[in-house]
Design a protein around this ligand. Structure first.
Ligand SMILES: [Zn+2]
Ligand SMILES: [Zn+2]
Length: 200
């Protein structure tokens, strides 16, 4: 019994102006003839250029990621958590003064912050704790240093006295690894996407 070699299937030449059916003589052959290979070349070049640029972009990203310090990762994770908080509280007034975004804010694009009840400096253990962060107007957060007394009054109303007590209590020191910090960032980015999807 003889084994017949697998016959390659005929293919259509990639050169649009040609389009003849041919049987490829080698793996990956996309054009029927050397003449069509010349016609096809600029297209290949363009494709190669694009994929090279893509590889380069990816490499730059990897290199940048490697250069990031722990502080950079903390900052990025905090930004991701804060963005989530601003979106979570989008329908709520400022935690310290009851002000709501008005037409003036919308016109000037004045920003809203995510303000910590216990500051990152005073209590770094709660820097990513969502109960410790609420949407706050820029005036309260920056000009009034968090407007803490007013913050507390509304915080009790919002999350209850028991949770405020817990926030104010002692917290074990937390030493996040870079991997953990990256995981927090990814987690909150996903949560933000989810909120945006739900709101759309
Ligand atoms: Zn051809
Ligand atoms: Zn305020």
């Amino acid at each position: 019994m003889s084994i017949s070699p697998r016959q390659p299937k005929p293919k259509k030449c990639r050169v649009a102006a040609c389009g003849v059916l041919f049987v490829p003589a080698r793996l990956g052959q996309a054009v029927c003839s050397p003449a069509c290979a010349i016609l096809d070349a600029p297209k290949n070049l363009e494709r190669a250029r694009k994929s090279l640029a893509q590889i380069e972009r990816r490499e730059i990203k990897v290199r940048k990621e490697k250069l990031k310090s722990r502080a950079d990762h903390l900052r990025e994770a905090q930004a991701a958590v804060n963005e989530f908080i601003r979106l979570r509280d989008a329908h709520l007034a400022c935690i310290s003064c009851d002000s709501l975004p008005n037409d003036y804010d919308l016109m000037t694009g004045s920003r809203w912050d995510a303000g910590h009840y216990r500051s990152v400096g005073a209590c770094p253990e709660l820097r990513f704790e969502p109960m410790n962060i609420h949407r706050q107007c820029v005036k309260c957060n920056r000009n009034l240093s968090g407007n803490a007394v007013e913050y507390r009054i509304r915080l009790v109303l919002r999350i209850g006295a028991e949770k405020v007590d817990w926030l104010e209590g002692p917290h074990p020191a937390r030493k996040y690894t870079v991997e953990e910090i990256k995981a927090i960032k990814a987690d909150y980015r996903a949560k933000t996407r989810e909120l945006k999807r739900a709101a759309a």
